[in-house]
Design a binder for this molecule. Structure first.
Ligand code: PLP
Length: 361
């Protein structure tokens, strides 16, 4: 954008951000059929259909808008992010849209496919010098040295999502359900990374007085389930999650336990089993976090059946299946981590056929 008054630049930047994507078309709400779920409608909200291929698109869009309106991103700001994941891909896209340079400081072992996606969206990346747990602080220092702006998703995504004045993912879900026989689901299910998506949904449920409850699925090593269950807000495991995008070693500021009705801990091998089931049986190509989510959905469906109640469950699936061939879809990778999905595949198969679930009730 050429030299203009800073306010005019900001207004044009916001206009471009809002105009991105295919006219803000809602992401698909797909029906999932399971014989055991008779009486319960399951819908998967496929957020991988968003322009940068993940649900982080919504958060990064809100963060750019917030930083532009707050005067933190201006016409010549260099933008930095502390990840090689979907946040970096979406941030590269919005920086390119605003003609701003973007650099992702990426942890060692970030897969090449992911780095290629950042570059395809017009961004650059540089390897972090610190171990993964210290990349956030390293990036803050790198951005400060160059006078740039650190797009800190763990610190800011939830606040920015609350300030976003366009339709949220929750608005979309309820608008899509309006034409269905059950316009108010019993449960909405999501994972939590920054916590912003669950916070957005929880806020919506209160603002609009919806009877729907919110469940968060949580992988092994994550601090969210123990923090929610114990009420200890600064619980930390210090261990990284093995399910990309969800689960954190500590409770991030965007995780709002007060809006969450239930946190469901899910073993990592069960997440892998459920991801495979989505691919092989349901024909839905999704990543490991979608497996975690499906496991939580089965748990809730079993609970609803045990209580003799019908209804519907909406689950968010956030990333594509791309890039897991050498990790979660590789027998060798699973063996090296002592992860055996076979017993969970058997449980899932039994549930789908008979409705028996080990921990229903
Ligand atoms: C792959 C993936 N990433 C991220 C999230 C949630 O992210 P956040 O808590 O940062 O909004 C989810 C939620 O289900 C997810 O499936």
């Amino acid at each position: 954008m050429s030299a203009v008054h800073p306010h005019a630049w900001a207004a044009e930047a916001i206009r471009r951000i809002r105009a991105d994507g295919p006219g803000l078309a809602p992401t698909p709400l797909k029906a999932l059929t399971m014989p055991a779920a008779e009486g319960v409608d399951i819908r998967l909200k496929d957020e991988s259909a968003l322009p940068s291929g993940s649900m982080k698109y919504r958060l990064v869009r809100a963060m750019f808008c917030h930083a532009v309106t707050s005067g933190e991103i201006t016409a010549d700001t260099r933008v930095f992010a502390a990840t090689g994941g979907p946040v970096a891909v979406a941030a590269a896209r919005f920086a390119q849209l605003l003609e701003l340079p973007f650099t992702a400081v990426v942890p060692a072992k970030t897969p090449q496919e992911q780095l290629d996606r950042i570059v395809r969206e017009g961004g650059r990346w540089q390897p972090a010098e610190q171990p993964p747990a210290a990349v956030q602080e390293e990036t803050r220092a790198v951005a400060a040295r160059s006078g740039g702006y650190f797009l800190d998703h763990f610190a800011d995504a939830e606040r920015a999502a609350a300030a976003w004045d366009g339709p949220s993912v929750a608005d979309e879900i309820f608008a899509q359900l309006r034409s269905e026989r059950r316009p108010a689901p019993e449960w909405i299910v999501t994972g939590a990374g920054t916590g912003a998506t669950s916070a957005t949904i929880g806020r919506h449920l209160r603002r609009h007085g919806r009877p729907t409850r919110l469940a968060v699925v949580d992988p092994e090593n994550s601090a969210y389930f123990p923090a929610w269950a114990s009420g200890c807000a600064d619980y930390a495991t210090g261990m990284p999650s093995r399910i990309p995008g969800i689960g954190r070693p500590r409770v991030e500021p965007g995780f709002l336990p007060g809006v969450i009705d239930l946190v469901i801990p899910v073993p990592d091998a069960a997440s892998v089993a459920a991801m495979r089931w989505l691919h092989d049986v349901a024909g839905i190509e999704a990543g490991p976090a979608a497996g975690t989510t499906l496991w939580g959905v089965c748990h809730l469906v079993a609970r609803m059946r045990a209580a003799g109640s019908g209804g519907s469950v909406v689950a968010l699936i956030g990333d594509s299946a791309e890039g897991y061939r050498n990790t979660h879809l590789s027998a060798e990778w699973l063996r090296a981590r002592d992860l055996d999905p076979a017993p969970y595949e058997a449980e899932l198969d039994r549930f789908v056929r008979t409705g028996d679930w080990p921990t229903a009730g």
